[in-house]
Ligand binder design. Structure first.
Ligand code: FAD
Ligand code: FES
Ligand code: MG
Length: 309
């Protein structure tokens, strides 16, 4: 027994070194909007295999929860991967406190099937919110494959717009919409989408929609009467990301599929959107409490204890 202890103590610096080597360093942090942040993370093995439409599952801290984030970019030479995330709850708020030089504990990927890319003709890429970042590599890959790419990006307001230039660089045409009309066209992405589909000269062959679930649902409802194939990148709650837990199950064409391994891209016209929306809300109460408790702990407020004992 003493012999094993001696060996362990002798090897401890090596064990520590191996553990340290598995951490994923944040090389660059950028605040794209007040609540949307970009991390470029050192992850050479993920970068080496990355393809448009795939995602990673990351975890920060030994007791942190696992969350999926789509690849917004990657650099095989630099060995880095870029993710863009929006602060919506506990884990994304904790992540937003990290700075360049900090490490992420686990960073697994690339996961999921890449977006199907071939020369289709004219493709519309519609994105809303944080997904403006994740549509960029898809627009880039479609353009590289010889497609005419029309991108439509929608935000609530001008201050929330980011990566207009990055998406524009890989698009033949870029349409920006804002809900309040503070920039670009006033209205939702579905309006220019409907106009393009109605324009016989535009010859839209395919639509790819990424963003909030409700936005993807309405993009699919808009394209359905025109019979234009529409791919949506589904975002159900995920845990393992490898097809084991069943948490990410979605119904597509009446068949149960696991978004993490069978997707995340699916034929948007066959998705049971209402079921997906209901499943996304399954833990809203617990998520809200966890965020509130953490916020109270950070600010030293006793509001949470007095309300929950
Ligand atoms: P919580 O308060 O815990 O949750 C807020 C809401 O986020 C929940 O009600 C639920 O609908 C959803 N959510 C919570 N936990 C998960 C989970 N483990 N998996 C999926 N959704 C969850 N967001 C981005 O900002 N950028 C991205 O690039 C991005 N890519 C995604 C790719 C995929 C394949 C999926 C499935 C989701 C993606 N998301 C992305 C959503 C992101 O994972 C959630 O916003 C995040 O997990 C919320 O965690 P939270 O603890 O901060 O919020
Ligand atoms: Fe567990 Fe997809 S996340 S099966
Ligand atoms: Mg959470």
């Amino acid at each position: 027994m003493v012999k094993y202890n001696v060996v362990f103590v002798a090897c401890f610096p090596l064990i520590l070194q191996l553990r340290v080597n598995f951490l994923y360093k944040i090389l660059i942090r950028e605040d794209l909007t007040p609540n949307i942040h970009l991390f470029e993370i050192e992850a050479p093995k993920v970068a080496a295999r990355a393809q448009a439409g795939q995602f990673v599952i990351l975890r920060h801290g030994e007791t942190g929860e696992r969350i999926p984030l789509t690849l917004a970019d990657w650099d095989k030479t630099r060995g880095s991967v870029t993710v863009v995330f929006m602060e919506v709850g506990l884990t994304t708020s904790k992540l937003a406190l990290l700075q360049a030089g900090d490490d992420i504990t686990d960073f697994v990927g690339p996961l999921g099937l890449p977006t199907h890319i071939e020369k289709f003709g004219t493709v519309v890429c519609a994105a809303g919110g944080f997904a403006v970042a994740t549509i960029m590599p898809i627009a880039r890959a479609l353009k590289k494959a010889g497609n005419r790419v029309i991108s439509i990006v929608g935000m609530r307001s001008k201050e929330l717009l980011f990566w207009e230039r990055e998406v524009g660089e890989h698009s033949d045409e870029l349409i920006v919409t804002t809900d309040d009309g503070s920039y670009g066209r006033k209205g939702l992405v579905t309006e220019p989408l409907r106009e393009l589909l109605s324009d016989k000269d535009a010859h839209i062959e395919r639509v790819i929609a990424i963003g909030p679930t409700i936005m993807m649902k309405y993009c699919c409802l808009t394209t359905k009467p025109f019979g234009v194939e529409t791919i949506a990148s589904l975002n159900p709650i995920m845990v393992d990301g490898t097809g084991m837990c069943g948490c990410c199950r979605v119904s597509v064409g009446g068949v149960t599929r696991f978004a993490c391994v069978d997707g995340p891209d699916f034929n948007g016209h066959a998705v049971d959107w209402d079921e997906l929306i209901a499943r996304q809300k399954a833990y809203r109460e617990e998520e809200g409490k966890a965020l509130k408790q953490w916020q109270c702990q950070r600010t030293g407020s006793h509001e949470w204890e007095s309300a929950h004992g």
